[in-house]
Design a binder for this molecule. Structure first.
Ligand code: NAI
Length: 248
């Protein structure tokens, strides 16, 4: 039996990419896994697939994390099905890249609303139950772009850097109640989000990665499991870079 057996975990954006790899890793270990995506059918379909692949307990919920009342309703539904949430992984995120001078206000807002306000909505919705349990793990998926910036991504960098400050403040609020709050900052990970990167740019990036490979969802899932584990109970407010050394 694993330490995650029977524990409830909510992973936002668990329908594909990094979130899906995390969902599979926790489902294999016997956790009760809730994933969400904007589209209800897609979330349920992905949950069924992950459950079949892992022989685990996985449910899908349709929810736009930028919508606070939808998040409250989803968290309530997850607790009703699986019991109170012990681990929250704020993974859902989007990009709308462009140079600042040409960036539309909608593209700024969409990225901040999803990547930063979405995490705020989810944390606020789960903390009541975590405070009652006097235990919990919150893991916020930022990015190395939130640490060092990137031209063409002012919106994304601002949201991801904001998530780091948010994490450190919340970690201080919740520490005395046995709840830890940490950040994972992935580097270049092979998912749909990075699928548009051309072969030339990919080669250039690989040159710059000291470990000489692109990351995958399993690399992030392993770090997430560590931060969610009992072994990480003395770690809070930390930023764990999982980037092959790219942002050293
Ligand atoms: P992806 O595009 O493959 O998956 C994103 C997931 O988020 C999808 O399941 C999508 O349905 C969900 N999502 C998006 N907006 C949502 C909303 N408003 N409400 C609910 N769900 C929503 O992306 P990927 O690569 O798996 O990224 C996951 C996280 O990791 C994101 O926060 C991303 O910013 C971050 N990240 C990814 C890197 C990469 O190289 N792929 C690098 C650094 C960070």
């Amino acid at each position: 039996m694993s330490e995650f057996s029977g524990k409830t975990i909510l992973i936002t954006g668990g329908t594909r990419g990094i979130g899906r790899a995390c969902a599979a890793a926790f489902a294999k270990d016997g956790a009760r896994v809730a994933i969400c995506g904007r589209n209800d059918d897609a979330a349920q379909k992905a949950a069924q697939e992950i459950a079949a692949e892992t022989n685990g307990e996985v449910r899908g919920f349709g929810c736009d994390i930028a919508d606070a009342s939808a998040v409250d309703a989803m968290v309530k539904a997850v607790s009703e099905v699986f019991g109170p949430i012990y681990i929250l992984v704020n993974n859902a995120g989007i990009t709308r890249d462009g140079l600042l001078m040409r960036m539309k206000s909608e593209d700024w807002s969409a990225v901040v609303d999803t990547n930063l306000t979405g995490a705020f909505n989810c944390c606020r919705a789960v903390t009541r139950d975590m405070l009652k349990q006097r235990a919990g793990r919150i893991i916020n998926v930022s990015s190395i772009i939130g640490i060092r910036g990137q031209g063409g991504q002012t919106n994304y960098a601002a949201a991801k850097a904001g998530l780091i400050g948010f994490t450190k403040a919340l970690a201080q609020e919740l520490a005395s109640r046995g709840i830890t709050v940490n950040v994972i900052a992935p580097g270049y990970i092979d998912t749909d989000m990075t699928a548009f990167i051309t072969e030339d740019i990919r080669k250039e990036l690989l040159e710059k990665i000291p470990l000489k490979r692109v990351g995958n969802g399993e690399d992030i899932a392993a770090a997430t499991k560590f931060l969610a584990s009992d072994g990480a109970s003395y770690i809070t407010g930390a930023v764990l870079q999982v980037d092959g050394g790219l942002a050293m």
